[in-house]
Design a protein around this ligand. Sequence first.
Ligand code: NAD
Ligand code: AHE
Ligand code: ZN
Length: 369
Amino acid sequence: MKSRAAVAWEAGKPLEIEEIDVAGPKEGEVLVRVVATGVCHTDAFTLTGADPEGIFPSILGHEGGGIVEEVGPGVTSVQPGDHVIPLYTPECRECKFCKSGKTNLCQAIRATQGQGLMPDGSSRFSHNGKTLYHYMGTSTFSEYTVLPEISLAKISKDAPLDKVCLLGCGITTGIGAVLNTAGVEPGSTVAVFGLGGIGLSVIQGAVMARASRIVCIDLNPDKFDMAKRLGATDFVNPKDHDQPVQDVIVDLLDGGADYSFECIGNVDVMRAALECCHKGWGESVIIGVAGAGQEISTRPFQLVTGRVWRGTAFGGVRGRTELPGYVERYLAGEIKIDEMVTHTMGLDEINHAFDLMHEGESIRSVVLY
Ligand code: NAD
Ligand code: AHE
Ligand code: ZN
């Protein structure tokens, strides 16, 4: 079938709107009509060419909400008409990782997903006979996309897809990082570096966890307003201080943060986020994605003296099992999404969403098909 899509033909070039060909779903696969998709910084990151797994030409996008159009043979968990959120972290419930109970990083299709292919090693997308690659197993920048059944969370039909699409990445990642990965306890102090869709969702998670202080750090002071409305208590712009930002936070929080979260993808900030943690027990969670070849460093003494460095993908959330509950919590008013949608636009304007992100103007842009 034909589909409108924003194609990433080359690294560093704007997306181009094309009419592409989408092949029907094979065994275990599902054709989804994407209704809305958010634009996450990771899409922009991959488009720069800094992602070792970035393949071109491809269809980016991984923060979608859609409706099942057609199912391939053997599909049992969804049917046409179901509302779904595509999962870049699938959940097969059969692999060693799923069975471990220790991680959400299902590995059933990770190898082919990283190569931009469906599990059978082929692509469902083409343009004038030329193969276009999938991205993160989701490719939500196409109105019609094909996913493995294990990469779909079936959700309530009551939820507006132009809002809950953001649970496909940013909001879930931030909240999950606090509740699942870090396990922040009531009364804890939290430091959040970077106040985009991820960092603001970390603040939401910290409020849910009943943190006593939520210190947020950003170079763009325009972000502090929204952070405050979500429940942050302290605001630090590193440009306002002569000392390293980690020293500012250690002073502010009587020895440092119990938990910190890096939501930028900057390896120097990752170091600051670790070093702002309290001696003896502080834990720092890396959420931001850093480019090919970049490495983190600190004095090992930081870890010897009790700080912990860890990371999280999709907030440790097992999508098929847990995402329907996130949607219910949004419907019940417990998770805020509407406030995060600062801009909406049609697919034709998708490059503007990237500009707004780079200019620090948006929290999340949502593209409506
Ligand atoms: P964003 O661009 O919307 O927000 C980034 C924020 O960081 C901005 O407010 C910016 O002003 C601020 N910032 C930039 N440099 C800074 C610095 N040196 N000091 C302080 N603040 C600084 O991005 P986003 O969509 O929120 O994504 C954030 C990061 O999280 C990206 O690296 C993205 O790839 C990553 N991410 C990871 C996961 C995961 O599962 N691990 C999921 C989603 C996104
Ligand atoms: N492909 C990159 C890494 C990109 C990355 O870290 N992706 C996160 C999700 S970011 C969503 O906005 C993730 O889930 N990673 C786990 C995984 O298995 O991909 C690289 O460096 O190769
Ligand atoms: Zn994302």
